[in-house]
Design a binder for this molecule. Structure first.
Ligand SMILES: NC(=O)c1ccc[n+]([C@@H]2O[C@H](COP(=O)([O-])OP(=O)(O)OC[C@H]3O[C@@H](n4cnc5c(N)ncnc54)[C@H](O)[C@@H]3O)[C@@H](O)[C@H]2O)c1
Length: 319
């Protein structure tokens, strides 16, 4: 499944937020894309999305096409996916809808063609349960905006072939992605579990009245995020440990960390807490439409990419 220099199209089943993001990722590298989506005006919608985000998409790849290469984008019926070298499934997050989608894809493409699910939390063993060739199914969960964020979580199901996993890892790496392979299936995968762990404590602190919504947001944006450009929580802890790194951190902080862990909250999203979260978001967003804030966030993510690359040069990412 080569990326550069390959004329073989990739297939995208579902062209909403994530399918559109995969389309941008391939088109900016001049790779042909076949889109399958039954929605009325699916092609117009994905084209409009690509036109809107293209100024940002172009900044992710050197020598990117100046405008969206629409000649490389085709809306096709699922039966015409046979030309695709691989297929990304990006239909809504429903086990049944995805299993139905695999039946249609399998009827159209040869048995060796890998199918990559963008699912954000379904178990690959369940996704592949009704497939004729389950060995070709891999979860490849991207982050939004897909064209800008490199991380893709990879999960194999019980029936997935290790050769397919290896091919998918090498394909995504050649595409400029940073695939991370989970060693076993787990609900919520990796990024959502880490994010929800922080969210849990944020909700606890808010519900307990320890800090207001703005304070939580500022702590993350101005205190935590900039350091995470060069490494995650493990790097941060090692750097806090003095010249001995993690050994020093364990000597100095292990008892404190355990004590604070035991004090972390386990809030419930009851009616009152839900109302408080809605009020908190209203206060933070201050009447700005979600689409506007989302577009601003995605543009900021692209702005931050050179900082990421600078972080990688420090060698602190463990990569
Ligand atoms: N939105 C995110 O931030 C995000 C991030 C990572 C992963 N995901 C996952 O990606 C997948 C897609 O999410 P999304 O946000 O792009 O959804 P979406 O609702 O924006 O798009 C889904 C698209 O699939 C199309 N569709 C529905 N049934 C279809 C079928 N049988 N064949 C072809 N197309 C079909 C719909 O018309 C729609 O265009 C989900 O599994 C989701 O959990 C979403």
């Amino acid at each position: 499944m080569p990326v550069d220099g390959s004329d073989e199209p990739v297939g995208l089943l579902g062209a909403g937020t994530i399918g559109g993001g995969w389309a941008a990722t391939y088109l900016v590298r001049r790779r042909p894309v076949l889109v399958v989506d039954p929605a009325a005006s699916a092609l117009e919608r994905v084209t409009a999305y690509l036109e809107t985000v293209w100024p940002s998409v172009r900044r992710t790849v050197p020598e990117a096409p100046a405008s969206v290469p629409l000649d490389l984008l085709r809306l096709v019926p699922v039966e015409d996916l046979g030309e695709a070298a691989l297929v990304h499934e990006n239909v809504p997050e429903s086990l049944e809808a995805k299993q139905d989608a695999y039946r249609c894809i399998e009827a159209a493409v040869a048995p060796h063609i890998p199918i990559l699910s963008s699912s954000g939390g379904l178990m690959p063993s369940e996704l592949q349960a009704r497939m004729e060739h389950p060995e070709r199914l891999v979860v490849a969960h991207p982050q939004s905006p897909v064209y800008a964020l490199a991380l893709v979580e990879i999960l194999a199901g019980k029936a997935t072939s290790p050769d397919v996993v290896a091919a998918v890892l090498s394909h995504l790496t050649a595409l400029g992605k940073r695939p991370v392979l989970l060693h076993r299936e787990m609900a919520g995968y990796l990024t959502n579990r880490l994010t929800f762990a922080m969210l849990r404590e944020a909700v606890h602190l808010l519900a307990e009245g320890v800090v207001d919504a703005r304070g939580i947001e500022e702590a993350v944006v101005y205190g935590i995020t900039p350091r995470f450009l060069v490494g995650g929580p493990l790097t941060s802890l090692a750097l806090a440990g003095g010249p001995d790194g993690m050994r020093g951190a364990m000597r100095s902080f292990a008892p404190t960390i355990e004590k604070w862990w035991s004090d972390l909250g386990a809030p419930h999203l009851d009616e009152d807490v839900r109302d408080r979260l809605v009020a908190a978001a209203d206060e933070i967003l201050d009447g700005r439409p979600i689409a506007e804030v989302l577009a601003a966030r995605d543009a900021a993510v692209v702005d931050a990419l050179p900082l990421h690359r600078a972080g990688e040069r420090t060698g602190d990412t463990g990569a």
